[in-house]
Design a protein around this ligand. Structure first.
Ligand SMILES: Nc1ncnc2c1ncn2[C@@H]1O[C@H](COP(=O)(O)O)[C@@H](OP(=O)(O)O)[C@H]1O
Ligand SMILES: [Mg+2]
Ligand SMILES: [Mg+2]
Ligand SMILES: [Mg+2]
Length: 419
């Protein structure tokens, strides 16, 4: 299909073997050639020579609660997801169907997923306290981008990332295409029970992102096997409550940044910058007054099981179905009372889909467990080994929720294999 170039942003329609690139991204703005950043080795594939230029607006200084042992990591994490969110918003705003690949597991990945991962890795390397080894467990890798036919999408990612860095002005790094591939593969760590590991879902809810709905940039820090810090950038989540309004509310500022550090509580602030507000889960103690969140995608959670659980609990309100870990953020600030997630048989949950969201909820006073009431264990590498599914709610409702979950699972299993 021929490319149609329109001004600075060209809309190219190309088909190739492993993906369809429908839209190229804004070309790098020639007005702001980046300048060398002293801390990156000259030999790094990231850096190329360029004249210095005036320092434009930096991303806002991230706030950090006093007495927080992970204050520096929290500030770095907030800056990282805020920069990544800018990249994602610039793509989603005029997304037709961005350069979309489908991975071997058939799930979608876009130029924004890759770009977000690269920027988070860059900011963490530049801002987080130096540690003897940088370990990032992230969802995406460069395999599909190294295949024949991926040149165009790689070019788009490179332009998108360099454009975002130049616009932000915090760093003068100019990624080469090889540097882009290397940076994506920074996320190959297997994590594990010892040491510190960053855990990143560069876009959680890619399907929601492609639909123009909810998505989140989810970043957590695991220290000696425990999640100690989590941030969730939710660019499309209203700053006000989404309550039972089926996932949206009118008139509110949009763009929420949730954050939590172990023992320091959970907060929310606007993605554009505002004083952080402490948040807490709702105090509903009668399930009749409760509402519950679940995946928008029926493929991601057994809706027959979740509705049976809700019925046993006596929940009257219909489920609020939204994409991504934005559900954890909404629960943590009390927009709803319960989150239910029961993947279909055979699916293994990844740690990046839950690490950040779970600490935001627990530090907001909530409880997050598997169907047997066990805490989630993030120390076992890239996957969560858990019983059946994930439930999250406040302390008051957890006992009756667990009971309803176990009864509903028992009934479902009996119906599936009658004696
Ligand atoms: N069959 C499945 N069951 C459960 N989760 C799935 C799934 N297929 C994909 N997912 C995960 O569900 C995540 C989105 O969560 P939600 O359903 O709450 O929106 C996806 O994250 P990505 O969008 O980062 O790939 C993906 O990892
Ligand atoms: Mg994915
Ligand atoms: Mg995800
Ligand atoms: Mg993802």
């Amino acid at each position: 299909m021929a490319a149609a170039r329109v001004g600075l942003t060209s809309h190219a329609l190309h088909a190739s073997s492993s993906f369809t690139l429908v839209r190229r991204l804004p070309l790098l703005n020639p007005r702001y050639p980046p300048r060398i950043l002293p801390t990156y080795p000259r030999s790094s594939p990231y850096v190329s020579a360029a004249p210095a230029r005036p320092r434009p607006r930096r991303l806002r200084a991230m706030s950090q609660p006093a007495g927080n042992p992970y204050a520096a990591e929290l500030a770095a994490a907030k800056k990282a997801v805020a920069l990544a969110a800018r990249l994602c918003q610039s793509v989603q705003q005029d997304i037709l169907q961005s350069g979309v690949q489908s991975k071997p597991d058939k799930s979608p990945v876009t130029v924004a997923d890759y770009g977000s991962q690269i920027l988070v890795s860059l900011v963490l390397k530049m801002e987080a306290p130096p540690s003897d080894s940088f370990s990032l467990v992230a969802e995406e890798d460069s395999e599909e981008l190294r295949k024949d036919g991926a040149e165009e999408i790689l070019e788009s990612i490179t332009e998108l990332v360099n454009e975002t860095i130049v616009d932000d002005g915090s760093y003068s790094i100019f990624f080469s295409k090889e540097g882009i591939l290397t940076a994506i593969d920074d996320g190959k760590s297997e994590g594990g029970p010892s040491g510190q590991h960053w855990v990143l879902d560069p876009i959680d809810g890619t399907k929601g992102f492609l639909r123009g709905d909810q998505y989140a940039i989810a970043l957590a820090l695991i220290d000696e096997g425990k999640v100690v810090l989590g941030v969730l950038a939710c660019p499309n989540l209203p700053l006000g409550s989404i309550g039972n309004l089926n996932g949206s509310s009118s008139g509110d500022q949009v763009g929420a940044l949730f954050s939590a550090t172990i023992g320091c509580g959970a907060e929310v602030e606007s993605l554009q910058g505002s004083p952080p507000q402490k948040i807490s889960v709702c105090s509903i103690d009668n399930p009749v007054n409760a509402s519950f969140f679940e995946s928008y995608e029926a493929a991601h959670s057994m809706q027959d099981l979740t509705s049976s659980i809700a019925e046993k609990l006596g929940v009257q309100a219909p489920p609020v179905r939204i994409d991504s870990q934005a559900k954890y953020g909404a629960l943590a600030r009390g927009d709803g009372a319960i989150y239910l997630r029961f993947p279909h048989k055979g699916y293994r949950e990844k740690i990046w889909d839950h690490a950040a969201g779970s600490i935001v909820v627990t530090e907001a006073g909530g409880v997050v467990t598997d169907a047997s009431g066990n805490d989630l264990d993030f120390s076992k590498g890239r996957f969560l080994d858990l019983d059946t599914g994930i439930i999250a709610t406040n302390k008051q409702l957890m006992p009756s929720l667990l009971k309803a979950v176990q009864e509903a699972i028992k009934e479902k299993n009996q119906a599936a294999s009658p004696l």
